[in-house]
Design a protein. Structure first.
Length: 379
């Protein structure tokens, strides 16, 4: 018998309580005149406190946070930035926005994050920065990356869009680089529909980001005397109010993500040759998306797997495809010069999928998805 879900099971989705709805209504009424930035300021303070950093800047999305990180560092044409070959394109597109060259390197087989040895091998005279991505809630080897960055005088940017609430050796995701960046897209751990945050402990970077994100106006400018041409990257107050409500519930949200992962891990533990998200000693994973990577011996690639789940009314997502394999980077041999077909990332990205991980998942739904998964792999 084939397991079919009686209702569609979406792959991701938020948890929105009465509190968020009240805050949004309140902001729509009150966040005007002298109060126009009050909700943003409150969201930023809460967020910086939670991450354990001095500054947080609320933005329209995480892509803007990465763009501003690079722009604030003055990275531009002629510069190179080392990035993982396997990540969402938003981690890397901003390197192109500033006219620099992304250089793709391999990821680790356990955490699916940057392989420090591959990073070290890709550093050359033009390298200016490393963008490490905490993929699906996992964490990069931040101490090793920091040592490499320091040795070569490079900036370290932590793309923690998918890892809010994860902890690396006592430091929260986002607090491991010169800047840390987050996404509040509707699928994320904390969701505001669209939204982003840049965090940093560096006063000069903070000032630079505030200026660049407001058309080159230093904070406090009331005379519209722009110092330079910048960008317009601001989060609106209603979105910030939603973020406040979500951050008030952050411990509950992370606990739920960890519970969902726990239900899957329990049921899939006996499945041979299927790797799930890692949680190495010294780290805590907030498991944004439960991710399964079946061995190639099963003979199913990720798109076939997705189709089999879809037949059962279950939505999944493919593991991100290597950037080096995308048409988007077809004309960029300089970005692909350290990528090899035998790379770990190339193998993992062939078969990996994200399983339904939205806040609407309960134990019964996880049970059904796991039964379906076993059937698919058995056939
Ligand atoms: C790893 C990673 N980086 C960056 C982003 C960009 O986030 P946003 O969509 O908020 O710009 C995302 C979100 O999709 C992401 O998953």
């Amino acid at each position: 018998m084939t397991t079919i879900s009686p209702e569609p099971i979406p792959v991701a989705g938020p948890s929105i309580s009465r509190r968020e709805i009240e805050l949004v209504a309140e902001a729509a009424e009150k966040a005007w005149y002298g109060n126009h930035y009050a909700y943003n300021a409150r969201f930023e303070h809460m967020f910086a406190d939670y991450i354990g950093v001095t500054h947080a800047v609320s933005l329209p999305h995480c892509t803007a946070a990465i763009h501003l990180s690079l722009a604030a560092l003055g990275i531009g044409p002629g510069d190179e930035v080392v990035v993982p070959d396997v990540t969402w394109i938003a981690s890397v597109a901003p390197v192109d926005y500033v006219g620099a060259t992304p250089v793709f390197v391999d990821i680790r087989p356990d955490t699916w994050c940057l392989e420090p040895r591959a990073v070290a091998a890709a550093i050359g005279p033009r390298t200016r920065a490393i963008i490490g991505v905490d993929l699906y809630g996992s964490l990069c080897e931040w101490d090793e990356l920091a040592a490499i960055a320091e040795r070569h005088g490079l900036a370290l940017i932590e793309d923690s869009a998918e890892a809010l609430g994860s902890v690396y050796r006592g430091r929260r995701a986002g607090a491991n680089g010169l800047t840390g960046v987050f996404s509040f897209h509707g699928s994320k751990t904390v969701a505001t529909g669209e939204g982003g945050m840049l965090v940093t402990n560096d006063d000069a970077i903070h000032l630079r980001v505030q200026t660049l994100r407001d058309h080159g106006r230093p904070p406090g400018d009331r005379f519209f005397l722009n110092e330079e041409i910048g960008f317009k990257y601001k989060m609106n107050a209603v979105t910030a109010a939603l973020g406040i409500g979500q951050m008030e519930r952050i411990e509950e949200l992370i606990a739920r993500k960890r519970a969902i992962y726990g239900w899957y891990a329990e049921r899939l533990a006996s499945l041979q040759g299927v790797a799930l998200n890692a949680e190495p000693p010294g780290t805590q994973n907030s498991f944004w998306m439960v991710t399964a990577v079946p061995d190639a011996e099963y003979g199913l690639d990720k798109f076939e797997l997705m189709a089999r789940f879809k037949e059962r009314n279950i939505d999944t997502r493919p593991f991100f495809s290597p950037l080096s394999s995308l048409n988007a980077f077809a004309g960029r041999p300089e970005s692909r010069r350290f990528v090899d077909p035998c790379d770990v990332g190339q193998r993992i990205a062939k078969t990996g999928i994200n399983l339904p991980s939205g806040y609407n998942m309960d134990e019964a739904k996880v049970d059904l998805v796991c039964r379906a998964f076993r059937e698919i792999l058995a056939n």
